[in-house]
Design a protein. Structure first.
Length: 376
C-alpha cells in the first residue's frame, strides 16, 4: 500500500466473535431510540417525571449515584437515592464506582428497586469523580471495567441489562484503536449496549463544562464502532440540540446509531423533548398547558404523600426543572421569574404553576413583551 494511504486496522480476535449477554433481538434496539442523559443535580425523579410527560417513549436515566450511599446507607438513604415513580418506566439507574463488589451490590439493589437497566459511568471527567478513581478515567483500564461489568451482570436478573456510558478517548489521544479496544474488552464481559459521548474526555486542564464543549465532536467514531461491532447496540450522545437533528442522525443506514441521547439542550428547553418524541414516533404533540396541568397534579400528590417525612417534596423541588418549559416563548421570562421567586415558592402551593403560565389568548398576548421586559 502506497504512502499516505490509510489502512483499516486489523480487528482483534475478540472483536470478531463478541457474544454479548443479550442479542440485539432480545434487547430490542427501539428501546434505546430516544433516551435522556444522566445529569448530576438535575435528573432527579421530579425531572424525570417531567421528561416522561414530554416524551412517553423515551428511556430515562437517573443522575449518577455513587456506590457509597447505597453500600453504607440505611433504608431511608436508599429510598432517597433510588426512589422513583412508576410513570418513569423505562428508567435506568446510573452507578459511579470502580470496586467490583460494591458495584455488584449496588446493581442488585437497583434491580431490586425495580430499575429497568443498570448503567456504569465511564464518561464523567470531573476532578471529584477522578479522585474516586471512576468516571472517564476508567477508560484507561478496560480490563477493570470488564471485571466490574461482569460482576454487575452476575448480580442482577437476566432481564435487566447492564450498560456502559463512555467517551471516545482520553485527553488528546484521538486514536480510534483506543475506544475500539475498550468497547471490545467490555463487550466480551457481556455488555451489549454502549452509550457513546462522541468527544474525548480531557482529565486535566478542562472543567466538566469545557469538556462538553471544547473537545471536538466526532460522530464518525461512533459510526465506525457500529460497523466494527454489528452485534452491539450504540447510542449517540453529545451536541444534539434539535428534533430534526435526531431524525437525521437516526436515518436508516449501516452506520447510523441505534439511538440518541439528549442532555442539557432538552433540560434548558424541555419542550424540545416533546418535539423529538413527535418527530420520531408520530405521537400527538401535547400543549405546554397540558404539561403544566400534569405536573401540578404530580406536585400535589407528592407533597401530600411525603408530608412529615425527612425528605419531603416541596414545590421548589419540582419547579426548578420546569424553568425551560416556555423557553423562547412569549411570557417565558415572566414564567421563569415566578418559578424562581423565593417568596412564592415558600408558600409551597402547586397552584403557582397555573398562575405562572404565560397568557395564551390573543387578547392578552400584547401584554407579554412588556411583562417580559419588566421581569428582566
Amino acid at each position: 500500500m502506497g504512502p499516505g494511504v490509510w489502512e483499516r486496522p486489523r480487528l482483534r480476535k475478540y472483536q470478531l466473535c463478541i457474544r454479548p449477554r443479550f442479542s440485539l433481538t432480545a434487547l430490542d434496539p427501539k428501546a434505546w431510540r430516544l433516551t435522556t442523559a444522566p445529569m448530576m443535580d438535575w435528573t432527579d425523579r421530579h425531572c424525570r417525571v417531567l421528561f416522561r410527560h414530554l416524551a412517553p417513549s423515551a428511556r430515562l436515566y437517573t443522575e449518577m449515584v455513587t456506590t457509597g450511599p447505597l453500600i453504607y446507607g440505611n433504608a431511608e438513604q436508599h429510598r432517597r437515592h433510588l426512589k422513583f415513580t412508576e410513570v418513569e418506566h423505562p428508567v435506568a439507574l446510573q452507578l459511579g464506582g470502580s470496586e467490583r463488589e460494591d458495584l455488584a451490590r449496588a446493581a442488585k439493589l437497583g434491580a431490586d428497586f425495580g430499575y429497568d437497566e443498570i448503567n456504569l459511568n465511564c464518561g464523567c471527567p470531573s476532578e471529584r469523580v477522578q479522585r474516586g478513581a471512576f468516571g472517564a478515567c476508567l477508560m484507561a483500564e478496560p480490563a477493570l471495567v470488564a471485571d466490574c461489568v461482569k460482576a454487575m451482570i452476575d448480580a442482577v436478573p437476566a432481564t435487566v441489562p447492564v450498560t456502559v456510558k463512555h467517551r471516545i478517548g482520553l485527553d488528546y489521544n484521538e486514536s480510534y484503536e483506543f475506544v475500539r479496544d475498550f468497547v471490545g474488552t467490555v463487550a466480551d464481559a457481556g455488555c451489549g449496549v454502549f452509550i457513546v459521548h462522541a468527544r474525548n474526555a480531557v482529565l486535566k486542564g478542562l472543567s466538566p463544562k469545557e469538556n462538553r464543549e471544547v473537545p471536538p465532536l466526532r460522530y464518525d467514531v461512533v459510526a465506525r464502532l457500529r460497523t466494527d461491532f454489528p452485534a452491539l447496540l450504540f447510542v449517540l450522545n453529545g451536541g444534539i440540540t434539535t428534533a430534526q437533528q435526531c431524525v437525521e442522525l437516526l436515518a436508516p443506514s449501516a452506520t447510523a446509531p441505534h439511538g440518541v441521547m439528549l442532555g442539557r439542550a432538552a433540560y434548558h428547553d424541555s419542550y424540545m423533548l416533546a418535539h423529538t418524541q413527535h418527530a420520531l414516533y408520530g405521537t400527538p404533540l401535547p400543549t405546554r398547558e397540558q404539561i403544566v396541568g400534569r405536573m401540578t397534579a404530580y406536585a400535589e400528590r407528592e407533597i401530600e404523600a411525603t408530608r412529615g417525612q425527612q425528605f419531603h417534596t416541596r414545590v421548589r423541588d419540582v419547579a426548578r426543572h420546569m424553568l425551560g418549559l416556555y423557553s423562547g416563548q412569549v411570557g417565558g421570562k415572566a414564567w421563569r421569574r415566578m418559578l424562581s421567586d423565593a417568596r412564592l415558592l415558600n408558600d409551597n402551593d402547586p397552584d403557582l404553576f397555573r398562575r405562572a403560565m404565560p397568557y395564551q389568548s390573543d387578547y392578552d398576548d400584547h401584554r407579554q413583551p412588556l411583562l417580559d421586559a419588566l421581569s428582566g
